[in-house]
Structure formats: structure tokens, C-alpha cells
Design a protein around this ligand. Structure first.
Ligand SMILES: [Zn+2]
Length: 317
């Protein structure tokens, strides 16, 4: 009986690790010693495969989580946001994430180090530039120090290379001095007149991957941004704030027509861009409604799933 139970436990464990096919599970007791060794091996494999659906590393996409906040307000949520993005990519097997809080990798030049630094004597030292990545998840803020060449490389990463750019919350405050960035993103931050409140987000495009999991309308407790410099002729508004539930008499409300996008998608050249105003607090990223939105947006931006990103035009819900 003991052996039977143990054998069952062995098989359950092996099955859990997707290795069951490698072993016969109707083992006799004298084979348990062999099984024990197999468990040890399986545990070692488990260490590497925990949560992974078995997609080989070479088949997974590469996402650069870029959160350079040196010149602006660092949201408390940023560390948890990029950690969440990393976890969702890892667990799904869709992508691997490099997390960087500097902008060194925003370049297509080979990344090298100067001689006598003790790092790599001027050689490339396992440093990946933009060419390695398939999409960027951006949670930066304000004016980030980039050279003109870095700026050109970032734009062409999306526009010419056809890669993805998914941006969260304070990303809309970035690079106000750089018009082309605003054109790529599709809109700019214009204050948060209501600060952190319960806001009703209404889904405009329930067919879009990043919206499919959401009900027609949903309340998010978040710092609600007002967006300016956007055109529905250039972006596809996926969701908006229900203006009827907002105090439009607040001093910083500039958008008198009540048009407050909460999430949008757009094409930029050959590439795909997504932005949402949501994600101010760290706890927000524990809300599956929010984290799934960004995860599915990344999958779309990576080209793992297709969707209509044509501009909304004058249509408003
Ligand atoms: Zn915020």
C-alpha cells in the first residue's frame, strides 16, 4: 500500500512536470529507487520550468521593460508593474522580459564598454540593443535623456522595424519636448483633474484583445488622466472614461466635450502602439482586469495576435 501510494505520488509529480510520457506509471515497488532519482531530476527541471507552458526560450519573444524615471516623479507602482509584466510573460511563455531603469539599451548601435573599465575591455559584454527586442513596455516619465541617435533608433524600432510599443500611465507625460514621440504615442498627458477616484471605464472595442476580458463598463480606482493632443482620426480608442460620472467643473478639466480616452491602439509605420491611462498605484497591477489588459496589449504588439487598430474616426460611443 505504501509503495502504491508512493508510486501514485511519483506519477502525479511527474505528470505535473509534463514528464509523465517519459515514465511508466504502473511501476512495481522495486522501481521506486529509480523513480526517486527521477524525482530529483524532475525537481531540477521544475526549477527551470515552474509555471512555463514548455515554450523553448528561443521561441519566446523579447520584451524590454523600460522605466527610466531619473528626471521625473517615480510612481510607487512602477517596480510592481514591470515585475507583473515579466511574470505574465514568463508564465505564459509568450515572452521574456529585460527590466531596465536606464536607457542604455535604447539604441541600435552595438553596446560596448570603454577600455580599462574592468568590464569587458571594449568588447560587447552580453549587452542587447534594440535589435534584440520585439517590443518595449514603457513606464517612464517626463524628459528622459536620449541622444538624437537614440531617439531616431527608438522611432525606427517601431516605425520601420514593425515592432511594438506598449505604454502605461505616466508614459503620456514623457518627452513633451519631442513632437515625434507624441505622434508615435498618439496623445499627451493633460493633468489628472480628479486625482485618484473610482472612474467608470467604458469599452469601445470589445473585440480588441486587450479589451475582451472586460465587461462593457468597469469601475477602476485609479488616477484618471485627461489626455490632450490626440485625434480619433489617428488612434483607435479602445475604452474611454464615462464623463457623465466625472466632475467636469474641476479647475483642471480642459476637455469640455467630455472626450476622455482611457486606452487606445494605433499603428505607427509598420509597428503597433498601445497606451492606457491606468496603473497609478502598485495595487492596481494586482487587478487582473488591468494586468490582463496590458498583457494582451503586449501580445498584440508582439504580433502574437492580430486585431483591427484602424482609427476610430468620428465615431464615439
Ligand atoms: Zn499617477
Amino acid at each position: 500500500m505504501q509503495n502504491t501510494l508512493t508510486t501514485g505520488a511519483v506519477c502525479a509529480m511527474l505528470d505535473h512536470r509534463r514528464l509523465r510520457a517519459s515514465f511508466r506509471c504502473k511501476m512495481t515497488s522495486h522501481r521506486l529507487l529509480i523513480a526517486s532519482a527521477a524525482i530529483g531530476a524532475a525537481i531540477m527541471v521544475q526549477t527551470r520550468l515552474e509555471g512555463l507552458p514548455g515554450i523553448a526560450a528561443g521561441a519566446r519573444k523579447h520584451v524590454l521593460a523600460w522605466a527610466d524615471v531619473r528626471n521625473g516623479y517615480q510612481h510607487d507602482s512602477i517596480s510592481h508593474a514591470v515585475a507583473t509584466i515579466e511574470r505574465l510573460g514568463r508564465q505564459s511563455g509568450a515572452y521574456d522580459t529585460f527590466i531596465r531603469t536606464d536607457s542604455q539599451l535604447i539604441t541600435k548601435r552595438p553596446i560596448t564598454f570603454p577600455p580599462e573599465t574592468g568590464i569587458a575591455r571594449g568588447e560587447s559584454f552580453n549587452a542587447r540593443n534594440l535589435d534584440y527586442f520585439d517590443a518595449i513596455f514603457f513606464f517612464g516619465v517626463r524628459e528622459i535623456d536620449l541622444s538624437s541617435e537614440q531617439r531616431a533608433d527608438l522611432l525606427s524600432f517601431v516605425k520601420e522595424d514593425g515592432k511594438g510599443f506598449v505604454a502605461a500611465h505616466s508614459a503620456a507625460t514623457a518627452f513633451f519636448s519631442w513632437p515625434e514621440f507624441g505622434e508615435m504615442l498618439g496623445g499627451r498627458f493633460d493633468e489628472h483633474p480628479w486625482n485618484v477616484i473610482d472612474g467608470t471605464v467604458v469599452v469601445d472595442d470589445p473585440a480588441f484583445p486587450a479589451m475582451r476580458h472586460l465587461p462593457r463598463s468597469k469601475v477602476f480606482h485609479d488616477e484618471l488622466y485627461q489626455i490632450k493632443d490626440f485625434s480619433r482620426d489617428k488612434i483607435r480608442v479602445l475604452a474611454h472614461l464615462d464623463a457623465s460620472r466625472l466632475d467636469l467643473t474641476r479647475p483642471l478639466v480642459h476637455r469640455k466635450d467630455g472626450d476622455f480616452p482611457a486606452a487606445w491602439a494605433k499603428s505607427y509605420g509598420k509597428g503597433r502602439v498601445f497606451y492606457s491611462i491606468l496603473g497609478h498605484d502598485a495595487d492596481d497591477w494586482d487587478n487582473p482586469a488591468l494586468s490582463t489588459m496590458y498583457f494582451e496589449a503586449i501580445r498584440w504588439a508582439l504580433g502574437l495576435v492580430d486585431a483591427d487598430a484602424s482609427p476610430s474616426g468620428s465615431r464615439r460611443h
